[in-house]
Write a protein that binds this ligand. Structure first.
Ligand SMILES: Nc1ncnc2c1ncn2[C@@H]1O[C@H](COP(=O)(O)OP(=O)(O)OP(=O)(O)O)[C@@H](O)[C@H]1O
Length: 805
């Protein structure tokens, strides 16, 4: 990089002084804008009278003032963090100087005094490199604490383009490295001040299409993806404010870890969710076995769910409904046991012939409607058949023996009336429910998994071997797992809702709403707010239409299973199964998607082995892949250890290059019987944790353990957070499994028994790679058993082992 340091102390002090003056002016302006907005908000609240139009206008204005006030108060820390100097022209006129900050500001004369980091004018601040500086002569990073400028870093691209004074005042230590050396707080911070050019490319990529960001651990994939969300919301405000942005992460702890980044960038219209939380109303609290996870994640589960739904559309059989007959292989196989439907009503045996039942079922299926919607047709037609039978019994209009060809005649209105009456009869409802029940996704999946015969039929239809469908078997009432959620979502699509009444209600509500929206549009045009794009007529109308408090886009989206988002970002995307992708893709019909992950870190047995294969069903080869190659988290000496593991477990993949090489040398500590540390794990671990915590000061530490030893190790460290709960991030030390540490980072990491992590699953090598790459400063590996060969670089500790290092 073109970082230059001048030794002219006076010139540097002068530069600092000048920048302080500019930054003070910015804060002064910020204060004035806050006061102004605050007063405007108060005025809007206190104004009274004026009828509906005035009320509406007032609400629009106060909404906008409140949003602006929130934005202005979020940006206090680090308001301005950079400056770029453009090259002057040939006539000797100086080039433009722009200051870059968290928001854009104008002075009283409307001249720009601060450029929003997402605006096109700020782009050179991130994109310029020594090789491609564009027309920049210098990029300057400003370090501020509270409102004071405490440091300046310069990168000079064209020394000749600077004035003499500027040349003398060049100062700096790389802003990036300073940022990276800060102790961890348990929460991810934004990186607006130090976005690197390869990350900038990711952040500012087009909204449309599928962007895959592939990069090793610590390459800033997550942080770049979050800045991309903020950039997209800024650049495509209209579309995305209405539809919202969804960020999918691997677990609640991770979501809490990243949760502050977007609010700190002033964005709140974003839904953060795990795959397990994407289905409203169901919480996944249990974990599948590895075998069940593989089966549930495979795309063939879509066929299984489809077959399970078809299996609930039955025809009567002698031994009860067809599906309860043992030994049957498919839902249509009824020939040997076929029977008529017979229901006793008021002492009369009403009957529908087997062939009629079958014809009606097939016709209902052929409508191509979801199960619960087609059920309405099936039930109506079956009731009519029963009503016909009942009418014949009550009032025979012809003699079937004398005139077998004479059609019966019954009055339509009378038949309707009888059908309605029959539907009130429990026996009729039960009989028809057995043939074509109203199903919720939860009921369908729960009853399927509790029924060997049903599983065998659906499994066979989906091409599953017995050993595979048997992994799904479980008692009714079992808690839901994350792997169940995409199956419920799939079932919800196939079952649909019989929403005739709800639709009629909605149609009425929509008519009223359209009236309100037309009116609101008029108000917006009248007030000029429409042209400013400050408020949509739809949102405004809704506010007056609904009785409750207005819901934000994010709140509405989160509660609605069928919500279509404007953009979706999937982080740690390598962990999503084929079924989870089906669920995510339903939420983004436009396929405007950012997929972030690292194939080399795939730990889920149902996760991805290649982006192309995993995404092929949805994007037909139209993937745009960006690679991030620099590791900002892990020092080179720790990364070298991890790279050895990667070379063993994923020989085709290469580890990213670390941007720095500082911190302590990683070490292995052998405990137990022959261990050089002369202590058992129970004695050694608390001491190692205490030593690391003392060395870290304020930082965070994680002990990463094999899954099977989590409880035992947590018991050895009573002061550490014992579980990977979101709250664990607040604790100085936490005990985690490798899976739960995914995406997180800590100043110090102690990996317990790497050999057992390696062996705990077919993806154990990837788990170990993840565990080793969580540290920003210190890595210790503690082992009772032999140190795995692939960690040979860490060597055997010397006999003079020291605890205090
Ligand atoms: N340009 C940058 N400036 C400052 N810090 C950065 C920059 N890029 C990344 N970082 C920091 O590097 C660390 C790793 O970033 P991040 O967690 O986004 O990486 P990742 O690629 O998602 O890693 P993993 O795959 O291991 O989860 C974070 O602390 C992040 O803030």
């Amino acid at each position: 990089m073109g970082i230059r340091q001048s030794d002219d102390a006076d010139a540097q002090a002068g530069a600092l002084h000048d920048e302080q003056a500019y930054v003070s002016r910015l804060y002064h302006r910020l204060d004035a804008l806050r006061r102004h907005t605050h007063n405007a908000l108060r005025a809007a609240h206190t104004q009274g009278g004026g009828g509906y139009a005035a009320l509406t206008e007032r609400e629009v204005r106060s909404d906008e003032h409140a949003r602006r006030l929130r934005e202005l108060s979020e940006v206090e820390e680090g308001l301005c963090f950079g400056r770029i100097d453009h090259r002057g022209d040939r006539d000797g006129d100086p080039g433009d100087t722009l200051y870059i900050g968290r928001i854009g500001l104008r002075d009283e004369e409307h001249a720009t005094i601060l450029v929003d980091w997402r605006a096109p004018a700020a782009r050179p601040f991130y994109a310029a490199t020594p090789a491609t500086p564009g027309d920049l002569v210098r990029r300057r990073h400003l370090h501020t604490r509270d409102r004071r400028v405490v440091g300046i870093d310069d990168e000079v691209f064209d020394l000749d383009g600077l004035s003499d004074g500027d040349r003398r005042s060049l100062v700096g230590e790389a802003a990036l490295l300073a940022g990276l050396r800060r102790g961890r707080t348990g929460r991810m911070n934004d990186i607006v001040a130090t976005i690197q050019s390869e990350q900038d490319r990711v952040i500012r990529s087009d909204l449309q299409g599928v962007l895959v960001v592939q990069g090793g651990p610590g390459t800033g994939k997550t942080v770049a993806a979050l800045h991309r969300a903020a950039y997209l919301l800024y650049t495509h405000r209209e579309t995305l404010r209405r539809r919202g942005v969804l960020v999918v992460g691997p677990n609640p702890t991770f979501l809490r870890y990243i949760g502050r980044v977007l609010p700190s960038l002033g964005e709140s219209d974003v839904v953060l969710s795990t795959v397990g939380d994407l289905y409203p109303g169901v919480r996944a609290g249990a974990v599948d076995t590895a075998a069940a996870a593989v089966v549930k994640g495979a795309a063939s589960m879509a066929d299984l769910v489809r077959a399970a739904v078809a299996d609930r559309q039955r025809v009567p059989s002698a031994a009860g409904p067809a599906a309860s007959v043992p030994g049957r292989t498919g839902p249509d196989d009824v020939a040997e046991h076929e029977s008529d439907l017979e229901i006793e009503v008021d002492g009369m045996a009403l009957r529908v012939g087997h062939a009629d039942c079958r014809a009606l079922r097939d016709r209902a299926r052929s409508l191509g409607l979801p199960h619960n919607v087609a059920r309405k047709y099936f039930v109506t037609q079956m009731l009519r058949q029963l009503a016909l039978d009942q009418a014949d019994l009550l009032d025979p209009k012809w003699d079937p023996v004398e005139d077998p060809d004479e059609p019966a005649y019954h009055d339509e209105a009378e038949l309707d009336h009888m059908s309605t009456g029959l539907w009130q009869q429990d026996a009729v409802r039960r009989g028809l429910d057995e043939l074509w029940p109203l199903l919720t996704p939860q009921r369908l999946v729960e009853e399927l998994f509790a029924d060997d015969a049903a599983l065998a039929r659906a499994g066979a239809a989906a091409g599953l071997a017995e050993a595979e469908w048997r992994t799904l078997r479980r008692p009714p009432g079992s808690p839901w797992t994350v792997g169940d959620i995409p199956l419920l979502d799939e079932a919800a699509e196939l079952l649909g809702e019989d929403d005739t009444e709800a639709r009629a209600r909605r149609r009425r509500a929509e008519r009223d709403r359209a009236d309100a929206e037309r009116y609101a549009q008029g108000v917006l045009e009248f007030t000029g707010l429409f042209e400013d794009g400050m408020m949509e007529a739809g949102k405004l109308a809704e506010r007056h239409h609904d009785s409750g408090p207005p819901l934000s886009t994010a709140e509405r989206a989160r509660a609605d299973r069928s919500w279509a988002y404007g953009h979706v970002i999937v982080d740690e995307a390598q962990e999503l199964s084929a079924m989870a992708w089906r669920m995510v893709m339903r939420r983004i019909p436009t396929r405007s998607l950012t997929v972030v992950g690292d194939i080399a870190q795939t730990g889920d047995p149902a996760g991805a082995r290649s982006w192309e294969t995993m995404l092929a069903p949805y994007v037909h080869g139209r993937l745009h892949v960006e690679h991030l190659l620099v590791n900002y988290r892990t020092p080179a000496r720790i990364m070298a250890v991890a790279a050895d593991v990667l070379a063993e477990v994923a020989p085709g993949q290469s580890a990213p290059e670390s941007v720095r090489d500082d911190g302590d040398m990683p070490r292995a500590v052998h405990v137990g019987g022959t261990g050089a540390a002369g202590a058992t794990l129970a004695e050694a671990l608390p001491r190692l944790v205490a030593t690391d915590l003392a060395a870290m000061g304020d930082g965070r530490l994680a002990v990463i353990v094999p899954d099977a030893r989590h409880t035992e190790v947590a018991a050895l460290l009573p002061d550490a957070a014992a579980d990977a709960t979101p709250e664990a991030l607040e604790s100085p030390a936490a005990v985690l499994t490798a899976t739960r540490s995914k995406g997180l980072e800590f100043d110090a990491v102690i990996v317990v028994e790497p050999g057992a992590i390696l062996e705990q699953s077919p993806k154990g090598g990837q788990d170990l790679y993840v565990a080793l790459t969580r540290a920003t400063r210190r890595l210790t590996v503690v082992h009772e058993g032999p140190l795995p060969e692939m960690l040979g670089r860490m060597g055997t500790p010397s006999p003079t082992f020291s605890w205090d290092r």
